[in-house]
Ligand binder design. Structure first.
Ligand code: SAH
Length: 447
């Protein structure tokens, strides 16, 4: 699911999924190129006590679930700002330390959830536990090299660091797609640095794309504002006072708000007609990364019913319960309010990439569109022209349209009921002619 086009997932083996690292499979290849950092090397840095699997094999008396526990130990609570890197070589001391750790865990089995098989549960557990799981990048007790902006890393170390942050990004990304929004909020609340790590990876991914979807939304906003009146056909939707109120759900670093705020200020300085323009942008995400952002789970944002004229989800339908976000958008949108969505293209297709080309554009994401329609939205357009993402526009119908739609449904229901009755009548006539029961024969009595 995460091997999406553009999400450059080359070293999946090393994604620190709960600290589970795949065993050294490629030992042979290891010696091929000396300068290239292998996944195993990275893994050694991420998880210097990797030799433990050997130790565990030796120690056959240890119960299985304990071994699992050991493997599941993850680095969720790791604060990257405190990251220290150590030499790849493993010291004897490490083995000793690891042994001690195992004993510690045996004495305190509650620290790790061995029975939980679902990843989401293990995340929740890792989040809720107050114990700090063993960091996968261990602090070197001998010669720590704190990584700060001033730290001069050798080219090899730089390469390793970049591979490492790539793995971390992919891991956090996978978490956010496979846990519920409540769990995501909790995860980032407890470990805010994960948000920073995620966004530095996210930025670097999107910078490789031909176009950033946020820019597409920003440009659309600007164009429609400059070329049409608010609430006019083709113009941006505003409330009764022609105020445009936007909710940017899962805003990341609030780029939309920052760009539009800047643009509006410029316009107001330059053009008389924009002097009284009112635009309010509410940006929501899991961490308050800057002053534009309000922390909220986008399933439940602090806005009144029908208070927004535009709701945006730009690559933000993460979380296993994302239809709750759509319901929330419906709640906060005013009638005739617009819903703008951009999502990674490959999320809409189960077909392999080579077959995707043949899918008719308007049909892309049809199941997704249908699900939104069932939640009350009207579909306006699908734009599949971008290489990396698909854009959708929906709107919340006006009260009139809703009333008309309801009446139409009622008529349809009534029609179906009538047709059913008709069928019943005809089938009854087949066995009992109407002359026998519908109108009784009028027989004259003999006088
Ligand atoms: N819209 C921004 C960021 C996209 S990354 C952009 O396009 O640049 C997706 C963002 O959604 C992340 O910042 C993540 O933290 C946020 N997110 C995911 N689930 C969320 C939730 N339940 N509530 C709030 N934000 C969420």
């Amino acid at each position: 699911m995460f091997q999406v086009k553009g999400w450059n997932l080359k070293n999946d083996k090393n994604i620190a999924l709960g600290g589970v690292s795949e065993k050294k499979k490629n030992k042979k290849n290891k010696s091929k190129k000396k300068t290239e950092i292998t996944n195993d090397q990275i893994d050694d840095v991420i998880n210097p006590s990797k030799e433990k699997s050997k130790d565990q094999k030796k120690d056959k008396s240890k119960p299985n679930d304990l071994k699992d526990k050991k493997l599941k130990t993850n680095d969720l609570s790791k604060d990257s700002s405190k990251t220290e890197i150590k030499e790849v070589k493993k010291s004897k001391n490490q083995k000793k330390r690891k042994h001690n750790d195992e004993e510690e865990q045996q004495n305190n089995p509650d620290q790790i959830d061995s029975k939980t098989t679902k990843r989401s549960k293990s995340v929740a557990k890792a989040v809720s536990t107050t114990t700090i799981p063993k960091a996968t990048i261990e602090t070197s007790k001998s010669q720590p090299i704190p990584i700060t902006s001033q730290t001069k890393l050798t080219p090899l170390q730089q390469k390793m660091m970049s591979k490492l942050s790539g793995s971390r990004f992919r891991w956090i990304n996978e978490q956010l797609y496979t846990i519920t929004s409540e769990e995501a909020l909790k995860l980032i609340k407890e470990q805010p640095s994960l948000f920073d790590e995620y966004h530095s990876g996210f930025r670097s991914q999107v910078s490789n794309w031909p176009e950033n979807p946020v820019d597409v939304f920003v440009n659309q906003f600007k164009n429609r504002l400059l070329t049409r009146n608010i609430n006019a056909p083709g113009g941006l939707p505003g409330n009764k006072d022609r105020k445009i109120i936007v909710a940017d759900m899962g805003c990341g670093e609030a780029q939309f708000s920052q760009d539009i705020t800047k643009f509006i200020r410029q316009q107001q300085q330059q053009k008389q007609k924009f002097k009284n323009l009112k635009v309010e942008i509410n940006s929501f995400d899991l961490k308050k990364q800057n002053e534009y952002i309000t922390v909220a789970d986008i399933k439940n944002v602090p806005l009144e019913d029908e208070s927004c004229s535009i709701v945006i989800f730009c690559l933000a339908l993460m979380g296993t319960n994302f239809l709750d976000f759509i319901k929330e958008a419906y709640r906060i949108l005013q009638p005739r309010g617009e819903l703008w969505i951009a999502e990674i293209k490959s999320r809409f297709s189960e077909k392999p990439e080579e077959e995707q080309e043949n899918v008719e554009n308007s049909k892309v994401g049809q199941e997704f569109v249908d699900a939104l329609k069932l939640n009350g939205f009207f579909h306006k357009s699908t734009d599949n022209s971008n290489k990396m993402f698909t854009r959708f526009e929906f709107f919340k119908p006006s009260q009139d349209v809703l009333a008309e739609r309801k009446a139409k449904l009622e008529r349809k229901k009534k029609f179906i009921e009538e047709e059913t009755e008709k069928e019943k009548l005809e089938s009854k006539r087949e066995t009992h002619p109407e002359g026998e029961w519908l109108l009784k024969p009028c027989i004259y009595k003999r006088r």
